[in-house]
Design a protein around this ligand. Structure first.
Ligand SMILES: [Zn+2]
Length: 407
């Protein structure tokens, strides 16, 4: 049995019962009434001990006490490696940098954590079709895990979704609607379709159970860095759901007494699309005037989890920061060149944020930082090509190679 006790509205505080299709607070509505899932932490404390965890499989289902499922599947998700990146640390100006490589999840992004929980919940609720609106990674991971589970998937993508992500969706057998408009329009159309056709709505922002999947990254950071905590965890921010989930995971590990430390969250947004950072700093934000960013995974003008995302960072004692698209492209190059890791633009945004935070004196040079690499760079080869430049075209003659090398 799951240890979920109830759900609480982050807007009005109203408590409601755990129900298969509950998504938002009835009093506050879908725009503001984001729900947070609560657990019987006293019961969790009894069984989720370091000793018990030592014997469990290395995937995110190992934290079953803190997942909203009666029975967890055994699909391979999570427990992504944390790699040391000393050369990149030197380039960014920090003492130590670790990268949590979420690109090694099954469909090559962080979103597998949420989607796997979403698909498992949908199966438990008796759903016959699962749907979502996504700028890409949430959709591809949903399609991938729906395929594993044998559940039909319907995906609404905005006009700007990159071709590789769409190809990935189609390969997993999903029905793909490419909405000739923005992400917000795709999102609204998906919600209408779910209401009309009774599809299970995976949309992370309003489906409170999916944040629970994202939370496992925070649980893992706590476990993997148990005796050696980072001072900062840097996360790129779009809808706000990822950073809120990581913050919740870290807090729950403290609540269970498994860790005694806190780490600060650095929320990083692209300067062309930074409504959460602006809200954090109390600045006005005219949504229609935002120019957008090449980092499509975080190109979100109307973040549905804005309140949770602001609160998580504030509660950690952290900060929000904005970085330019040029800084994101530079971070893609540096992460590849100096750490051997191919990050998609939204993932490199976290690295760009670390560099910017050091320059502004927010992160001290002697700090230890962990950056979330939320997706693999093969997801968006157009952006990668912009970051990386062109190869050297030469005729097949050795002297041409020599001439180039001597330049
Ligand atoms: Zn409410």
């Amino acid at each position: 049995m799951s240890l979920v006790t109830d759900l609480v509205c982050v807007c009005c505080g109203r408590v409601s019962a755990d129900a298969p299709l509950r998504c938002t607070c009835e009093a506050c509505g879908p725009a503001r009434g984001i729900l947070d899932v609560r657990y019987d932490m006293a019961a969790a404390r009894k069984t989720m001990t370091w000793e018990a965890l030592a014997d469990r499989p290395l995937n995110h289902w190992r934290y079953r006490e803190l997942l909203p499922l009666d029975d967890c599947p055994d699909w391979p998700v999570g427990w992504s490696p944390i790699v040391e990146a000393p050369r990149l640390a030197g380039e960014l100006g920090v003492r130590r940098l670790r990268l949590k490589d979420e690109g090694r999840n099954g469909t090559a992004s962080f979103k597998d954590r949420a989607s796997s929980v979403g698909v498992a919940r949908a199966l438990a609720a008796g759903a016959t079709t699962i749907a979502c609106a996504s700028t890409g990674n949430a959709a591809t991971s949903l399609a991938g895990y729906a395929a594993v589970a044998g559940l039909p998937a319907v995906i609404f993508v905005p006009r700007t979704a990159p071709a590789p992500k769409i190809a990935q969706l189609l390969i997993y057998g999903a029905t793909v609607f490419r909405v000739q408009d923005s992400y917000a329009a795709a999102y609204d159309l998906c919600s209408q379709a779910c209401d009309s056709f009774g599809w299970y709505n995976r949309n992370c922002a309003i489906n409170p159970y999916l944040v629970e999947g994202k939370k496992t990254a925070g649980l893992e950071i706590a476990e993997q860095c148990r005796d050696d905590p980072p001072d900062w965890v840097a996360v790129s921010v779009g809808d706000g759901c990822t950073i809120a989930g990581i913050g919740k995971g870290l807090e729950q590990m403290r609540e269970l007494g498994l860790i005694g430390w806190r780490t600060r969250l650095l929320g990083v947004q692209a300067a062309g699309m930074a409504p959460v950072a602006k809200a954090f700093h109390g600045e006005a934000c005219e949504v229609n005037a935002l120019p957008g960013t090449l980092a499509d995974s975080i190109n979100v003008a109307v973040p549905r989890n804005l309140d949770k995302a602001v609160r998580a960072v504030r509660a950690s004692g952290g900060r929000y920061i904005e970085v330019s698209d040029q800084a994101i492209l530079a971070a893609m190059r540096d992460t590849g060149r100096l750490a051997g890791l191919f990050a998609e633009p939204a993932a490199a945004t976290a690295v760009a944020g670390v560099r910017c935070a050091v320059r502004h004196g927010i992160i001290a040079p002697d700090a230890s930082v962990l950056a979330m690499i939320t997706g693999n760079g093969l997801k968006d080869i157009d952006a990668a090509s912009r970051a990386a430049g062109a190869p050297v075209d030469i005729p097949p003659r050795l002297e041409e190679v020599r001439r180039y090398c001597e330049q």
